[in-house]
Design a protein around this ligand. Structure first.
Ligand code: ZN
Length: 242
């Protein structure tokens, strides 16, 4: 898709992005969505970038920076890891992030979270992390994390803006509106630390059954829909004197 068309669509579907000042006054938790090798590391698998990708690299860098800052302040961090049983496919996607493989692990910049007491890691075998947090006994690991930490705002980052990030945000907003997540008030998506994959239309047309997925446009649409459902979208982050 030519960039003029993308510009036109962005004009017709504008997303105003704000700024956020993080401070001790509002208990904020960081939610990392699927910053795993299988989606982020070049050549790591069927759904990984085939060549270095600017949007994805920047998302990884920003996610790692935020995770360090949050853990440094002992602010709660929650990380979803896409992780599938080898015998249970996830249509329409090809096999990816099989449990126990490197694909299902956090990217190298974030692997330290595996041993970080401040972080809660949750493997999920579906797109929507809110649903993926439901345990056999009906409890929900994400809901319990919000309540236990008395979180008032979550800052959501990760991949893909229009898929796993979006579905998690939408479900979380519905759950918040049903008072299932008290005291959570704000669901905030930080656009710079979100990314999606690139499958341009000229490439997709030669792949049987593939759905075109132009990166910039789908990233924008993901943010647009999240905002429409009630998320705050921010493009700038700063920390009040801590
Ligand atoms: Zn998956």
């Amino acid at each position: 898709m030519v960039s003029a068309t993308i510009d036109l669509l962005k004009k017709e579907l504008p997303v105003e992005e704000g700024s956020l000042v993080l401070s001790k006054d509002v208990k904020t938790g960081l939610v990392l969505v699927d910053v795993v090798n299988g989606f982020c590391s070049v050549g790591a698998g069927n759904l990984a970038p085939v060549k270095p990708d600017k949007q994805i690299s920047y998302m990884v860098k920003e996610s790692a920076r935020l995770a360090k800052l949050f853990c440094g302040e002992k602010w709660p961090v929650f990380a979803f890891l896409d992780s599938h049983h080898p015998d249970i496919p996830e249509p329409p996607y090809p096999p990816h992030c099989i449990a126990g493989t490197d694909e299902a692990r956090l990217v190298p910049d974030l692997q330290w979270l595996e041993n970080e007491a401040n972080a809660t890691l949750k493997c999920k075998d579906c797109i929507d992390g809110f649903l993926g947090s439901v345990e056999k006994d009906g409890s929900n690991v994400f809901v319990d994390w919000v309540k236990k930490n008395q979180i008032k705002a979550i800052l959501v980052v990760g991949i893909c803006t229009d898929i796993c990030v979006l579905d998690f945000v939408c479900s979380t907003l519905s759950a918040r509106n049903r008072r299932m997540l008290t005291p959570l008030e704000d669901v905030i998506v930080y656009s710079g630390a979100c990314a999606t994959f690139d499958l341009p239309v000229h490439v997709a047309k030669d792949i049987n059954g593939a759905l075109a997925h132009p990166q910039d446009l789908m990233h924008h649409i993901g943010l647009y829909i999240a905002k429409g459902r009630g998320a705050r979208i921010v493009s700038e982050l700063s920390f009040a004197a801590l």
